[in-house]
Design a protein around this ligand. Structure first.
Ligand code: NAP
Length: 257
């Protein structure tokens, strides 16, 4: 990625992959002008590491309270971001926040499905809708040709478990039915957004972070958050219009839908 600094927003930025993304980006992996690190409880105990990081990078990291299942919360967050970026807009929106329930089909309740869909699909959809003016503003002020994460992009953190094609192979290791369906839905929602906003020059991408040792991935994960995020940021840096609406893993390999 070239030297032009970007305005970035990350959801679920207080722990796991979100926190590691904030850390690596502000430490220079991607030149950042303003980093909006959003989480449900920025003053709570689970955001301590983020608060420490924000103190080390004043005027760069802005911690914002955001529950992605709450439209009012998203709208308030959009207003705050607006007051900070103005006509510069938002270059990169990373829909990272997610939940995983490990239930099989027979164990999955209506409430499990609703909770998971609210967080993993409807939240990212509302984020795209509410931040569209900021993404469009970034396109307007940019003089970069084509599509890129330096100009205006939405990256959804998806999962291999959302691959319909690979379900047979992966199901025996982990059923997590609501999660699988939600990530397949996130992929479809992203495709729809890209199709509908075809003329806006906003890049859409879906990334699978690998099986990562976070609270969600557990201790048996194959890689740590540092490796996963390093890979995902490298992939993000290389995305162009050729990879618009791509579904890639953290090493840049295309995944089957
Ligand atoms: N770890 C893996 O192996 C793996 C593999 C494939 C895909 N992924 C995807 O990668 C993303 C990050 O996963 P992770 O491993 O970092 O998980 P994690 O350690 O469990 O962290 C999840 C993050 O999402 C936030 N979150 C959940 N619901 C939210 C809501 N309604 N509003 C705002 N924030 C919310 C959590 O905030 P709180 O602290 O407030 O709960 C937390 O910051 C997820 O989308 C996940 O599906 C992970």
């Amino acid at each position: 990625m070239a030297a032009q600094a970007v305005n970035v927003l990350i959801t679920g930025a207080n722990r796991g992959l979100g926190l590691e993304m904030v850390k690596q980006m502000v430490e220079g992996k991607i030149p950042v002008r303003k980093m909006f690190a959003c989480c449900r409880d920025p003053d709570g105990p689970r955001a301590e590491a983020l608060r420490t990081l924000a103190k080390e990078h004043p005027n760069k990291i802005y911690t914002i309270c955001l529950d992605t299942t709450d439209l009012c919360s998203i709208k308030q967050c959009a207003q705050l971001v607006d007051s900070q970026v103005g006509t510069e807009g938002l270059n990169l929106l990373i829909n990272n926040a997610g939940i995983l329930l490990r239930h099989s089909l027979l164990e999955t309740s209506t409430e499990d499905m609703q909770e998971t869909f609210n967080t993993n699909i409807i939240g990212p959809m509302n984020m795209i809708k509410e931040f569209l003016p900021h993404l469009r503003a970034a396109v307007k002020t940019s003089n970069i040709p084509g599509m890129s994460t330096r100009k205006a992009a939405v990256v959804g953190i998806s999962s291999l478990l959302g691959s319909i094609h690979d379900t047979k192979e992966t199901y025996s290791n982990m059923s997590s039915v609501a999660y699988r369906i939600s990530k397949a839905g996130l992929n479809m929602m992203t495709m729809c957004a890209a199709a509908e906003l075809d003329n806006d020059e906003i890049l859409f991408s879906l990334l699978h972070p690998g099986w990562v040792r976070t609270d969600m991935g557990g201790k048996d994960g194959l890689i740590d958050a540092q490796e996963s995020v390093q890979g995902m940021l490298d992939v993000m840096a290389t995305l162009t219009e050729k990879q618009n609406v791509s579904f890639l893993d953290y090493q840049g390999h295309p995944l089957p839908w």
